[in-house]
Design a protein around this ligand. Structure first.
Ligand code: NAD
Ligand code: LMR
Length: 338
């Protein structure tokens, strides 16, 4: 199928038969994940309940005749799915329904990510990069990483780009400007109701955003709107976000692989290793996957260091980090950290 002479990149997508999988895979295969000149092999991992759906999606991927798509395989075997994988999108997990918090999924979904981390450790390529989408995404990334001791912890990331995009979009709506006018938004903490979307460093066409909105709107409208958007989608749509989540996954990996330049975005990153000092300076202890302001260069994410914290931000960040610590301790007590 592929016309390019470059060696294809192997991209593994778990939960490929689900709603995010369906919104994601066609964009991946069209070149939006890695770049318009990068051919790929797709490996779709599913469990028995989802395998027919994934097989159907694979048939449609073939029918789309994407020039960059070298092959598409569907499997129930983690070993085959992650064999030689360069990029892994861990989407497969049970989504929450109305009335649940994402942390309610800990027990149901945590058991998936240990074995998948182990399979990545054993079978993936040396340059494997992992994005965890399945909730609770930060703690699932931590679990997967704990089972992959040979893979640097920095390569396991969690998706908070959807929260970042939501924050940019809400600010743009409020100020009636295009989203492209906005720069410097940060989402701190957990992909949960405690996350803190922070505009204290944001600019709107180069002007400080904080001078354009009042504190009451920020604290009582903007923050709860962004942090509660996942639940709002579930209420209105009757199912959790899918196409916007797929879009954010594309943004996260595209920026990771191709670089962010001078601008930053938000990503759930390990608070240890090369990031330990920058994380500690923001009050985030080692051993968590937490959302930070992040830039990517040379294929590596790094926390943007040394930003001043607005007084209001501190309490919010502390609360979200405390929740991450609680989730980590809960999965540790269940023996899920290896
Ligand atoms: P879905 O139920 O439509 O699809 C999930 C798919 O995963 C199903 O086909 C299921 O068979 C499969 N699956 C379950 N266990 C698996 C396993 N062990 N290996 C491989 N596949 C497996 O759900 P969805 O709407 O696609 O959402 C997937 C996950 O993404 C949920 O946890 C959801 O909460 C999460 N999510 C995260 C974000 C974020 O911003 N981080 C945004 C939206 C959704
Ligand atoms: C989202 O933020 O839309 C997802 O994490 C789904 C959810 O449960 O909120």
């Amino acid at each position: 199928m592929a016309a390019s002479t470059r060696e294809p990149v192997t991209v593994t997508v778990t939960g490929a038969g689900g709603q995010i999988g369906y919104a994601l895979l066609f964009r991946v295969a069209s070149g939006q994940l890695l770049g318009a000149d990068v051919p790929m092999r797709l490996r779709l991992l599913e469990i028995p309940q989802g395998i027919r759906s994934a097989e159907g999606t694979a048939l449609e991927l073939i029918d789309a005749a994407f020039p960059l798509l070298a092959s598409v395989d569907v499997t129930e075997s983690s070993a085959s799915a992650f064999d030689g994988a360069n990029i892994a999108l861990l989407v497969g997990a049970r989504p929450r329904t109305a009335g649940m918090e994402r942390a309610d999924l800990l027990g149901a979904n945590a058991a998936i990510f240990g074995p998948q981390g182990r399979a990545i450790n054993e079978h993936a390529a040396d340059d494997i990069r992992v994005l965890v989408v399945g909730n609770p995404a930060n703690t699932n990334a931590l679990i997967a990483s704990a089972h992959a001791p040979d893979v640097p912890a920095e390569r396991f990331t969690a998706m908070t780009r959807l929260d970042h995009n939501r924050a940019v979009a809400q600010l743009a709506l409020r100020l009636e400007v295009p989203v492209t006018s906005i720069d410097g938004v940060i989402v701190w903490g957990n992909h949960s109701a405690t996350q803190y979307p922070d505009i204290s460093h944001a600019t709107v066409d180069g002007r400080p955003a904080s001078g354009l909105v009042d504190e009451d709107w920020l604290e009582n409208v903007f923050v709860p709107k962004v942090a509660g958007r996942g639940a709002e989608i579930i209420r209105v749509r009757g199912a959790s976000s899918a196409a916007s989540a797929a879009s954010a996954a594309i943004d996260h990996v595209y920026d990771w692989v191709n670089g962010t330049g001078d601008r930053w975005t938000s990503a759930g990153l390990s608070s240890g290793g090369a990031n330990a000092d920058a994380a500690a300076a923001y009050g985030v202890p080692e051993g968590l996957v937490c959302s930070f302001p992040a830039r990517s260069a040379g294929g590596d994410w790094a926390i943007v260091p040394g930003l001043d914290e607005a007084p209001l931000a501190r309490a919010h960040i502390d609360a979200s980090v405390a929740e991450l610590v609680e989730e980590r301790d809960a999965v540790r007590a269940l023996g899920l950290l290896g």
